[in-house]
Design a protein around this ligand. Structure first.
Ligand code: C2E
Ligand code: MG
Ligand code: MG
Length: 733
């Protein structure tokens, strides 16, 4: 589940840096950049179109002015010959055709580019025609007559009426003009009277000779316009066929009807600028988009890198580096959630290795690490994602939403897995484990409290002899609290050695009943609780290391007391913890030397279970003590399932048969058989036997018959103070 949660987080992180980043950051930014670019482009296009439109409007207006100017211009050209005394007189006197042709026809053509000229006499009959650069037959008049005749008539009318409208310094005579066609050419047709410039020649208004000028609006005129006003590809078309990219201007006659259109390719300054700018703008846009994309990419990379680093930190913070299992932080995060989800079902397993410290101390930390890894693998194989490593040799497993019996079954499987040795190279390391189980139902909703209770159960499992499982219950907790309190008090007591007393129990020879020895038994005189028996505090002292100090106090007191007593043997109990201390032989030698007790009189008792403790019992220490002449007894024999073979170790001089057999031996055939076997075996190995817990005469007799060498029990004397023991020994003597 923890791994699932982590995987979930990684997935979220990946999503954030991948798809989410794309949709929430990259895409909007890119869209924004493109929208900005599109907006800029649209604005540019709009201003290009606006400036093009303005230019077209100006060109159209220019065209209107040009056409108007043309009409005025043709009339103005005419006045250079029509307002001239000499011309009036020439007409009146029937001038030679050459003169008329030279001055009123060819001149106008060569000098002003007029395409046609006609002279009308007072009744509007043409008397001269000039067209296409040469004198023409008078019939040519017919080509423009439809347009020109009404103009002439109107002009004569105005002349007759003495109209002066439009006359000025520049316009010296009245005139009429219109636009029509001359042989299919659109043309300005302008009519002017031939009048006196000096005013000296009298003329009858309306009867003047008229001069008609024709100027075609196509052909060289268009070339001229193009040259002068820079119209591009200017053309004339009588019928307008709209063409894209061409502008048209209607040429209207005096009646307002269009006679045709000038068309040209309009000048588009905006488009020209745009055409120049477009590659630059496109380039800039591409650069902008590239820059945004690059910025996005780099920020995306950075964010991915940051998130990967955060993910790694998260993993490191929640996992144990040695085994890769989730660690205590991860457990804290998980536990409350698991409790809430399980609704009372399930349990927490607290696994502690029994002999890890010994492995570490004797085989080194490198091997210790390998052992922890192997242990982690075994636990993970059984518990999967629900396994945690919370300390050096401490593991936790969560059994969620399942009955407690399943948690117990799992704990048993873990114990079985950890009972197998861990092979490191040539070495087989035995670690073993104890497991405390706290059912979820005990914890309310608090993970911390559950963990504490699993820890209480674990201590119980350890106290019960390791390699065991204990399920938390309230009584157990009370016991734990009492033990914890006792441990605190014991620590204080060690500083006040007088609180520890030694009582002695006599040991008698089975055959004679004579006292051959005493066993020193520790007592703690508690200031409030009175005399506390060793069963209450020795285990605690062993657990917290205080047994060294207490053992030393007992040893010294006993040796001093017994040094002068008339007994062959002083038996002193020593725990495995003391034997593991390499200093211990020196401590014993020092005590013997100071108290004067000969080493041969000292017999050290080691319980069978301590001797079998795989964490070791200090074989070297035992050998050193034996070398001093000190003897050893195996205490409580029969409780620890010693293999008989181990007794060949030549460590012990005596076997003390445990009282659990002794008490029932005279009544139970099987126990009697066991005692017979032990005695026979001991004899075969050359060991002495002592029967413990002899409470009655009957038992004493039975055990004597069975062949026990010595007897010990209430029947011969209870453990008693030094003074009482001295009195007893005195009486015995
Ligand atoms: P142990 O060494 O087997 O000592 C014999 C225990 O049996 C003593 O209990 C003694 O009072 C009890 N006992 C003797 N005869 C009888 C009998 O006839 N009937 C019954 N019911 N009990 C009898 P005690 O003094 O409570 O000591 C308990 C254990 O504590 C000892 O068992 C020994 O293993 C341990 N112990 C005592 N003093 C020390 C010490 O100084 N150092 C260490 N390491 N262990 C000690
Ligand atoms: Mg003993
Ligand atoms: Mg015993």
């Amino acid at each position: 589940m923890a791994k699932a949660a982590d995987a979930d987080m990684s997935e979220r992180i990946r999503l954030y840096s991948g798809r989410k980043f794309f949709f929430c950051v990259a895409l909007p930014l890119m869209i924004g950049a493109l929208a900005l670019a599109a907006g800029a482009f649209a604005t540019l296009r709009w201003s290009v179109a606006a400036s093009d439109r303005a230019a077209v409007e100006r060109q159209a207006a220019l065209m209107a002015v040009v056409v108007q100017n043309l009409r005025n211009g043709v009339a103005h050209d005419q006045e250079s010959v029509t307002v001239w005394d000499e011309a009036v007189l020439a007409m009146r006197n029937f001038a030679a055709p050459e003169w008329i042709d030279l001055n009123l026809g060819a001149w106008m053509h060569t000098y002003f580019g007029h395409d046609g000229a006609y002279i009308l006499e007072s009744t509007d009959v043409p008397i001269y025609a000039y067209s296409n650069g040469d004198v023409a037959p008078l019939a040519a008049w017919e080509r423009i007559r439809a347009v020109a005749e009404p103009l002439a008539a109107r002009l004569r009318q105005r002349l007759r009426e003495g109209d002066t409208e439009g006359l000025s310094d520049r316009v010296l005579s009245l005139g009429e003009s219109d636009i029509g066609f001359d042989e299919g050419h659109p043309a300005v047709i302008s009519v002017k009277p031939i009048v006196s410039d000096s005013g000296d020649i009298a003329q009858t208004p309306g009867s003047e000779y008229l001069h008609v000028a024709v100027r075609h609006l196509d052909g060289d005129f268009l070339d001229d316009l193009t040259r002068r006003y820079l119209f591009d590809d200017l053309a004339f078309t009588p019928v307008l066929v709209p063409q894209p990219g061409r502008e048209a201007f209607p040429i209207r006659n005096a009646a307002g009807r269009p006679v045709g259109f000038f068309t040209w390719r309009p000048f588009g300054p905006g488009s020209q600028v745009f055409a120049h700018m477009a590659p630059i703008a496109a380039g800039s846009l591409a650069l902008l988009v590239l820059a945004v994309a690059a910025a996005l990419l780099s920020s995306h990379r950075r964010s991915v890198a940051e998130r990967t680093a955060a993910e790694r930190l998260h993993h490191l913070a929640h996992h144990d580096t040695l085994t890769g299992l989730p660690n205590r932080n991860a457990l804290d995060r998980r536990l409350d959630g698991a409790l809430a989800a399980a609704r009372g079902q399930g349990a927490l397993l607290h696994v502690n290795l029994d002999h890890f410290k010994v492995v570490n101390d004797t085989l080194g930390h490198a091997v210790g690490d390998l052992v922890v890894r192997a242990v982690a693998e075994r636990i993970e194989a059984l518990c999967g994602d629900d396994a945690f490593r919370i300390g050096g040799d401490e593991f936790v497993a969560i059994v969620g939403e399942r009955p407690v019996r399943e948690a117990v079954a799992l704990a048993e499987a873990i114990l079985a897995a950890l009972a197998l040795p861990v092979q490191v190279g040539e070495i087989h390391a035995f670690v073993g484990a104890s497991i405390g189980i706290a059912p979820f139902a005990e914890a309310g909703s608090r993970g911390k409290e559950l963990f504490r209770k699993a820890n209480v159960a674990l201590h119980q499992a350890k106290a019960a002899g390791r390699g065991r499982i204990a399920v938390y219950d309230t009584a157990l907790d009370a016991d734990m609290r009492r033990r914890a309190a006792l441990e605190r008090e014991l620590r204080r007591a060690v500083a006040v050695p007088e609180q520890f007393e030694v009582h002695y129990q006599p040991i008698v020879a089975a055959a004679s009943g004579a006292v051959t020895g005493v066993e020193a038994l520790a007592r703690w005189r508690h200031p409030e609780h009175g005399l506390v028996p060793p069963s209450e505090f020795i285990g605690i002292a062993e657990g917290c290391g205080l047994i060294r100090e207490i053992g030393a106090i007992v040893l010294e007191t006993a040796c001093r007391d017994a040094a002068t007593w008339p007994v062959a043997t002083l038996a002193v109990n020593v725990s495995a913890v003391q034997l593991r201390d390499a200093e211990f032989p020196a401590v014993v030698a020092d005590v013997l030397q100071r108290t004067g007790l000969p080493p041969e009189r000292l017999e050290i008792e080691i319980t069978e279970s301590a001797w079998l403790d795989p964490s070791g019992h200090g074989a070297a220490t035992v050998a050193a003590l034996r070398a001093q002449g000190i003897r050893f007894a195996l205490d409580d024999f029969g409780t620890g399932f010693s293999s008989l073979g181990r007794l060949t170790d030549a460590v012990f001089d005596r076997i003390k048969i445990d009282q659990s057999f002794v008490r029932t031996a005279h009544a139970s055939a099987s126990d009697a058989a066991i005692i017979d076997a032990i005695v026979a075996l001991a004899r075969a190995k050359g060991l002495k036997t002592t029967a413990e817990g002899v409470e009655t005469e009957e038992m004493a007799r039975f055990l004597t018959l069975a062949g026990c060498d010595e007897l010990q029990g209430f029947h011969f004397g209870r453990p008693a103070s030094r003074a009482a023991t001295e009195a007893l020994l005195h009486r015995a003597r």
